[in-house]
Design a binder for this molecule. Structure first.
Ligand code: SF4
Ligand code: SF4
Length: 263
């Protein structure tokens, strides 16, 4: 049975560990970027392993593990199994950990060719032919999307863990958030291509608020209708290649799995 979160009982603080696989560190940085709330988090959790914040490391098991990054090497695959066995509750954070990230572009290409072109000694490089999310390797208790993740949503996930409840992280599209903040639709008003209708909410619809289309950094929402959106993107000036590139930016592997995605 999957481990269940336990509310903080006022006794020993639950332990938090933050791990990184193949990624840019931006999602871990979101935790440090919590500024005003960071001391409160540190007061409720015993931060036992967080190399971006401190070289002091305590061994597991850990109550809550946040994992950033995708699995791109045999060593990653082994490490993520070790992390899983040391973590009671495992949350993956960001596009890399939840969808394979930008590096999943390798899934559509010849990795051997990349290796031979980029490295002077390709035989030194141990890599997998794919970049995959953590959930492809071990059971995950919650996935938090975004490139990078949203600070408010991260705090909500940590708070929910401490309270022993399900995180309140809606999986509707960016369009909902766009309407809620009263932004004029850039597609309807200006003919600007926008992936908001198929993208997972979480950022507060930032890009349309500044007059530009969404480019899908939170990945697919719960209900995606690409056959309806793609003709609109073409109408607004995107070529087939533009559409393919737009859907293969931050969450290439997860958009590729959606019905109607260009091959
Ligand atoms: S601007 Fe984009 S996200 Fe906002 S309502 Fe229009 S299509 Fe949706
Ligand atoms: S690209 Fe889309 S999901 Fe990403 S910040 Fe902009 S509006 Fe939000």
């Amino acid at each position: 049975m999957r481990p269940q979160p336990v509310p903080y009982d006022g006794g020993a603080r639950p332990t938090l560990a933050v791990f990184k696989l193949a990624s840019c560190d931006g999602c871990q940085l979101t935790l440090l970027d919590c500024e005003d709330q960071l001391l409160a988090v540190a007061g409720r959790l015993d931060i036992s392993h967080f190399l971006e914040a401190s070289s002091a490391v305590r061994p597991g098991p850990y109550d809550l593990a946040l994992v950033e990054g995708s699995v791109t090497t045999p060593a990653d695959a082994e490490r993520v199994r070790e992390i899983r066995s040391a973590a009671r509750f495992l949350v993956t954070i960001g596009a890399c950990a939840t969808a394979g990230g930008i590096q999943a572009l390798r899934n559509f290409a010849d990795v051997e060719e990349f290796r031979a072109t980029v490295y002077a000694r390709p035989d030194y490089i141990a890599t997998l032919t794919t970049s995959t999310p953590v959930s492809a390797h071990v059971p995950v208790d919650f996935e938090l999307r975004g490139c990078p993740i949203d600070r408010g949503q991260l705090l909500e996930v940590i708070t929910a863990f401490l309270a022993g409840r399900k995180p309140d992280v809606p999986n509707h599209s960016v369009c909902f958030a766009c309407k809620r903040r009263g932004t004029v639709c850039v597609t309807v008003a200006h003919g600007t291509p926008c992936l908001g209708p198929v993208t997972h909410a979480g950022c507060g619809a930032i890009c349309p608020a500044y007059g530009r289309g969404c480019y899908g950094c939170f990945g697919p929402s719960a209900s995606v209708n690409l056959p309806a959106l793609i003709p609109l993107l073409r109408r607004d000036g995107m070529s087939d290649d533009d559409v393919r590139r737009a859907l293969r930016t931050y969450n290439a592997a997860s958009f590729a799995e959606v019905e109607g995605a260009p091959s």
